[in-house]
Unconditional design. Structure first.
Length: 157
């Protein structure tokens, strides 16, 4: 472990998030890791980590509801109700094919819009590994200092 509380293994550091039981009890926390604000969630027995500000316009996802759409757990942004899968960060929307009667909305994917990260457990502690995959993901835009300041002033509760 280095002086920043990181366990460095192979090429990717593991950032200490907290005690597993504490995060289960809280259900959601926002952590700043390497100048990135990440929402860590406990939902139905699994942990998820997702960029904390919505890819659409920077909405505070820590205030969003979690709902199931098309059998997938999603967070719903409180600002304009965009839906993102917790596991992949895919933006979901409903579409209707007007040539098919009766009209029936189906769920479609916009692709990955929100960067998701990896949570691992070790001896009752949780660690985050940032997803540093190359190529921009839309939510990266709201991880700049400008939005970070606004977000942190609003608070995370
Ligand atoms: S900011 Fe999230 S839906 Fe618009």
């Amino acid at each position: 472990m280095n002086s920043d509380g990181q366990i460095v293994a192979a090429s990717k550091p593991f950032h200490f998030l907290g005690k597993k039981e504490d995060i289960i009890q809280a259900e959601r926390v926002v952590k700043s890791v390497c100048e990135r604000d990440v929402l860590v969630l406990y939902h139905q027995g699994d942990f998820y980590a997702i960029d904390a500000r919505c890819y659409h316009a920077g909405g505070p996802l820590h205030k969003g509801d979690i709902e199931e759409f098309d059998g997938r757990s999603c967070i719903v942004c409180p600002w304009h109700k965009y839906k993102m899968t917790l596991a992949e960060g895919e933006g979901l929307y409903q579409a209707v094919d007007p040539s098919v009667k009766p009209l029936k909305p189906t769920w479609c994917s916009k692709g990955v819009k929100q960067r998701v990260h990896n949570v691992t457990e070790s001896n009752g502690d949780l660690f985050l590994t940032l997803n540093d995959s190359p190529g921009a993901i839309d939510s990266d835009h709201y991880q700049t200092e400008k939005y970070r300041d606004t977000f942190m002033k609003e608070g995370t509760k």
